[in-house]
Ligand binder design. Sequence first.
Ligand SMILES: *Cc1c(COP(=O)(O)O)cnc(C)c1O
Length: 643
Amino acid sequence: MEHTRTETWSIEDAAALYRIEEWGNGYFHINADGEVEVRLKDRSPLSSISLLKIAKGLQERGMKLPVLLRFSNILDDRIQHINESFAQAIKDVGYQGCYRGVYPIKVNQQQQVVEEITKYGKQYHHGLETGSKAELIAAQAYIDDPEACIICNGYKDEEYIDLALRGISLGINTVLVIEMPGETEIILERARVLKIKPNIGIRMKPSTVASGHWTDSGGDRSVFGLNTTQVITVVDTLKREGMLDCLKMLHYHLGSQIPNIHDIRIGATEATRFYAGLIHEGAPMGLLDIGGGLAIDYDGSRSNSSNSRNYTTKEYCDDIVEEIMSICKETKIPHPTIISESGRALVSYYSVLLFNILDTNIFWDENQKEEEIPEELLPALDNLLYVREMLNEKNTQECLNDLNYYREEIRNKFLYGTVNMRERAVAEHLYWSIIAAIYKMEAKGAYLSPQIKELEHQLSDIFYGNFSLFQSLPDVWAIDQLFPIMPIHLLDKKPDRKAILSDITCDSEGKIDQFIGRSDHNTTLPLHTPPEDDDYILGVFLVGAYQETLGDLHNLLGDTNVVSITYDEEGKFLLHNELEGDTVADVLSYVEYDPKQLEAKIRTKAERAVQDGLITTQQRRKIISAYTAGLRGYTYYETDQED
Ligand SMILES: *Cc1c(COP(=O)(O)O)cnc(C)c1O
């Protein structure tokens, strides 16, 4: 279908439809050509580049979709943003402590991310948070700044503790956080053996339970942290052992993506009371670690819904600093260094997934011509035809009820053999044509009732995308998280279709049917009829946090291709760190096939076929080379075969 510029459609309409200005946070915009552009440096238009141009450039270089794009400049901008927001809040109220961020490696463990954060973050002494031995081992290699901290959370065995203690003797500013009562003894024991003085933190269990998806870290039943009685036990143990002077930090974590600022305030108040309590017990302290939780506005609604947040970074910093300061004043204690463990807020904007649409299933096309119903089929359709005749704007609900009733009747008659297959087919078609007519009448109004929205959903197309939900967007599947999804081009044309998305796993769960939109959550996404002679490319945005490592190998669709784009000092865009995604041989070996053995089996099979006279030796060669090329190939749908 030809895309014609429509008089009444502008890129501003597209921006409003997909809410890009609300969730894009200055990083993503629509340019005058109707393409999505990313602004890499200081959110300045000078540093903007079109995602379509990137995709085309990659395709010219032989890299195929789907591809994950990473923008390290955005990471820099985020680090700057959070550090400067805290610095400003501290300055505004005359707070006497400082701020130190630590990045929790689990949020995106990619080497590039950790390298960039420690490199760019050095000017702010941004450190790292680790939750396991592997993360600590990575962190120790990258931290290169005695003022930046490594905060060690998670369950700790002797080896984890020894690694951390030896880090201290290397001059790495490391804090060992006691998460479970039993850890105290092991830490003290290992410190004695290695003769290294530990910095100890205590993770408290906040009684505040924040709202949101990922907030099980608060409350009595949270699996992490010490309750008040256990905190006292740790203090008494440290006193008894003469080690209370090692207690430097209080830590808490309310959970991730906390939508409501109210919960954040209460959490800070409760924690500062504990902090003051520990000082009054005689611990030196000095560090108050407020954990993560700073949320991202995925749906652009600026609300306290679980995919959004009702506050800005500035408000977050202001409220935390003020809350801590006021309790310090009341309890007459010095202002602590504030540590936060923001992960999501740092890395979400960093990655964008691009994929192409492979096919569409147009469920109902309102422009199709109605065919004449053959005379002999009419009697079976009597009731449905009557509904069609009676339908007007005032009785849509009644007609909808009748329609469903008569369709059921026809299906029953089919079961008893009194309606034949042809009659049923025409009846089904007629049913949907009347549904479409009802939807058209109702959709004119500004308000769509849930029932009409349901009709919209039922009439929508299915667009098949070249990606795996389970590999690239696991939280969409696991917890119905919403990510902004939109076409990255053709935005100067009005979208003419409403669709849901299906991935290429053959799993009925591999679909996306919840989208952000102008009103509340929508069950369809407005899209264009894909161009006939070109790719139609969609972007999924804000996927830098948590998605990569939670992804799995459903249907053996592997890692996607990855590429980083950087805007350098001279104003050039550099493609680097190209990582080929998994090959078929890679994913097969993850599940313990040996690609060499597979190939050998096919060779034997083909040889037998030659012996039996089923194929020629020439054909055998072709079959084997196709098989080995398949092993080397990308696990996703490849449109043009390489030779
Ligand atoms: C996961 C986690 C974080 C990161 O939380 P975000 O909401 O992504 O900032 C911070 N601290 C701890 C202890 C965590 O487990």
